[in-house]
Design a protein. Structure first.
Ligand SMILES: [Zn+2]
Length: 102
């Protein structure tokens, strides 16, 4: 997957379109990511003990990687990512500035 944990992404589709956030979890098997503070969904939490009230909390739901663009760590622009090999090491590169990064 071209997007990894720790990347900053721009959301290009859906209700959070135009917002940026940090990837806190990558789910390569599902081609999805979780972006900190974005794609929030309400979740009901049942009371754990008698006398406690149930609550509604907001959590970040996984988002399809096709709905985001990577913000290049070098040129800070939303970009598409390619792969390149430098000294047999697979690295990602930015199609805008051609810079490579891991
Ligand atoms: Zn770049």
């Amino acid at each position: 997957m071209k997007i990894k944990k720790g990347d900053t992404v721009l959301i290009i589709r859906g209700k959070d379109r135009g917002k940026q956030g940090k990837v806190v979890k990558a789910l390569p098997k599902e081609n999805r990511i979780i972006v900190e503070g974005l794609n929030l969904v309400k979740k009901h939490v049942k009371p754990k003990r008698a006398g406690e009230k149930g609550r509604i909390i907001e959590i970040s739901a996984p988002l399809d990687v096709s709905k985001v663009k990577l913000i290049c760590p070098l040129c800070k622009q939303p970009t598409r990512v390619g792969y390149t090999f430098i000294n047999d090491e697979k690295r990602r590169f930015c199609k805008k500035c051609k810079g490579s990064f891991n």
